[in-house]
Ligand binder design. Structure first.
Ligand code: FAD
Length: 407
């Protein structure tokens, strides 16, 4: 009996993790990624991915650990743990708020490097092939086919498999086609705030601020945050209403704004501040909730393709990684009902590549029964946490409660 084949649309963070999991479980894996191979781009010094970092927490690490504890180790080798928030008050004073009474951190990681680790792992399996610079243009979930276009030659071809996984991010085409086939409902909402990244370079070959904290300048209706990078820089992100971005038109406007709201950051940014602010793109923020996430046993969407959140709870990728962990457990349950699928060690060698279409469908029904609800709750928490981060952390009562909890 031939083994099952999966077609994965999108080789970003979640798509590459999904590919690793399916490869480990014995499937033939084909990944189609629209962008060039990020590893080659980096090697040639013309990397087009912006090196935004993000926070990986226990949720995301758990999914990597289940895949392979060695891959989790490789991931932890490139993180900077952040044990708390460092609040920058307007008068320049600082206030450290620990994240956990037991000293657990969240971890700052370079998104590009994490993606590269996962792509390397994925390609270490002989049953996997990643096609870079291939755009997945349309999906026929009834026939289990994906029409792909090679963006270098414009050649169109059709890929087919036993299962199609849509991991093509927030503006997903896979999700659009799922609505046609599975009547997937989609709720998309833009918030009235955007973001701009500003790099804070290292100072005298060291970090400009404490590197074991996530720094926040909360200013009630907007905020600046900063996460450390391994090269001793910080990636800072300014989140604020679009009207405020639009009001800053000149260097003078920018400096007046920073002098009023983030005066202690000006010497830390130096002259680069103006260039960074005016050169770097301003990004929109929105969330997407969708349900169901699957069509029969033929197709499923994961990561931002299925649920996209505003970033204030730092759980978008973490939630996407959890999708893959949950999907794997559900497929393992079908393949080896006598083994505890939640026990990563016990089911380490289970293969899911011989599942029947009916078994895959049973797993996907269970997947859609839990993930849309879980991710929708995460999105609501993230919307709430924007108010927490930009405002509540300043309240005296909040600070007293936080201090007491630490006692
Ligand atoms: P993506 O990372 O968007 O990857 C999708 C991939 O699909 C891309 O490689 C893309 O090129 C490819 N693709 C798209 N269309 C096609 C197509 N038609 N054909 C082929 N390939 C295609 N999350 C956290 O967990 N922690 C954080 O701290 C955090 N911070 C964030 C900060 C900001 C400012 C933002 C905007 C997001 C943040 N997130 C964070 C969210 C996180 O970035 C996403 O949840 C995560 O990238 C989702 O991964 P993904 O693989 O589903 O989608």
């Amino acid at each position: 009996m031939p083994q099952n084949k999966v077609i994965i649309a999108g080789g970003g963070l979640v798509g590459s993790l999904a590919a690793c999991y399916f490869a480990k479980r014995g499937w033939t894996v084909e990944v189609y990624e629209k962008r060039p191979d990020p590893r080659e781009e980096r090697n040639h010094g013309k990397r087009n991915l912006r090196s935004i970092n993000l926070a990986i927490s226990t949720r995301g690490l758990s999914a990597i650990n289940r895949l392979d504890p060695e891959v989790e180790k490789k991931t932890l080798d490139i993180v900077l743990p952040m044990y708390g928030r460092m609040i920058h008050n307007l008068d320049g004073s600082l206030n450290s708020q620990q994240y956990s009474v037991t000293g657990q951190p969240i971890n700052s990681i370079d998104r590009g490097r994490l993606n590269e680790i996962l792509l390397d792992v994925c390609e270490s399996y002989p049953n996997t092939k990643i096609y870079f610079e291939y755009d997945t243009e349309s999906f026929d979930y009834a026939k289990k086919t994906v029409t792909v276009k090679n963006s270098k030659t414009n050649e169109i071809s059709v890929a087919s498999g036993d299962l199609i996984v849509g991991a093509d991010g927030a503006h997903s085409t896979a999700r659009k086609y799922l609505s046609f086939f599975a009547r997937t409902s989609v709720e998309k909402k833009y918030i009235d705030h955007g973001y701009c990244e500003i790099e804070m370079k290292s100072h005298n070959a060291d970090f400009a601020m404490k590197n074991d904290h996530l720094h926040i300048w909360p200013r009630n209706t907007f905020m600046l945050i900063a996460l450390p990078n391994l090269d001793k820089s910080f990636t800072c992100t300014l989140f604020m209403p679009w009207s405020q971005f639009e009001a800053i038109e000149t260097d003078e406007d920018l400096m007046a704004f920073f002098k009023t709201y983030f005066p202690d950051s000006i010497p830390l940014f130096g002259e680069e501040l103006k260039k960074e602010y005016f050169t770097n793109p301003k990004g929109a923020l929105f969330y997407v909730k969708s349900s169901p996430h699957h069509y029969k046993g033929n197709a499923v969407i994961v990561g931002d393709a299925a649920h996209c959140t505003v970033p204030f709870y730092a759980q978008g990728m973490n939630c996407g990684f959890e999708d893959i962990e949950v999907l794997d457990k559900l497929l393992v349950e079908q393949a080896a009902p006598l083994i505890d699928a939640t026990d990563a060690v016990a089911c380490k060698d289970v293969k899911t590549n011989m599942l029947t279409p009916e078994q895959i469908e049973a797993a996907l029904i269970n997947y859609s029964a839990c993930r849309p609800n879980d991710s929708a709750n995460m999105i609501d928490l993230a919307m709430h946490n924007y108010i927490e981060m930009r405002s509540n952390v300043n309240n005296l009562s909040y600070r007293i409660r936080h201090w007491l909890e630490g006692k």
